[in-house]
Design a protein around this ligand. Sequence first.
Ligand code: AMP
Ligand code: MG
Length: 358
Amino acid sequence: MKRTKTSCKLLCGLMTAAMIMLTSCSARTDTPKAAADGAASEKHESQVFAMDTVMMLTAYGENGSAALDRAEEIIYALEEDLDPTNPEGSIYAINTGAGSYVPVSENCIEVMLTAMDKWGETGGAVDPGLFPIIKAWGFTLGEYRVPGQTEINGLLADKNTEGILVDEKSGSVYIPQRMEISLGAVGKGYTAQKALEAMAAAGVESAIVSLGGNVQTLGDTKPNGAKWQVAVTDPNDTGAYVGILSIGEAAVVTSGGYQRYFEQDGMTYIHIIDPETGYPVDNDLLSITVVTADGAEADALSTSLFVMGAEGALEHYRAVGGFELVLITEENKIIVTPGLADCFEERGGGYVYEYPAE
Ligand code: AMP
Ligand code: MG
């Protein structure tokens, strides 16, 4: 585990406690700001607190307000459905019905298919079967602790992700007994995808959502023809940015240890778990940002590529493709893959920027 220079244990505890006390809510501030070029530029904004994070939604055009309503509905519906602690939700039903096929929502089937697909593609680096281990480290409730090796070994022995079956035809999911699943690594990206699909169906052509570390856009440009600008957070100074990406229609998803962690006895334990060891990941990456078309895939990839470390992530990039990356390493290197080189604007911060040819 990493040695830490300063202690922010108390601060992290307070922040987490405050977040748990908050329930889902939304603040609509969408007084349309009509621009000189008319209704197409009307900007509607809404701020939602759901899935333990602040979500910012922006939709342009005269259908913007109705589109935000649809997006909020889908966000709250998915929050309930995918929350493993909600007895009304699909994931709770799957976990309490371990050992038999459990009927679930269409959304749950869809997100499970993405999660299992990426589990296979990444050699198990993103693993929906980690929930008991994530709970053991206290990341679900913010009651952090370091589990003993025997406890971790027992939980790893019960993890049997190979045995999970998603039956699209009957709309049901089977997990082996003694297993529990969660979709924390994929759910927000899937929700961003669905929120934008709902906005498009409501007649919006330009929109952007930011769900914690998950940003996604609808439309190649803003109504004024400018590209969307998405900042990449500086993991060493989370109020600052290491660069700005100017993108078209895409999902931009970041995973990083700085997003959630705790400290104990001078060690830092981050919220992303290595499925092989059951321990928080401790490699050369501070964060990884994935840019690709689909929000759920981007989210699943960001978590799994973080687990792989810089070299593993770049190897996967070269072997599989279909996405682009910004990697930030412990040696203060920022590696930008070729498809982003022309749309990444450096912001300094003591980093060395690298643009590998492939
Ligand atoms: P993300 O922020 O998308 O990288 O997802 C991290 C969240 O997913 C964590 O807070 C855990 O709830 C869960 N998680 C952690 N490690 C993994 C993993 N290797 N595979 C699947 N889910 C994970
Ligand atoms: Mg993820």
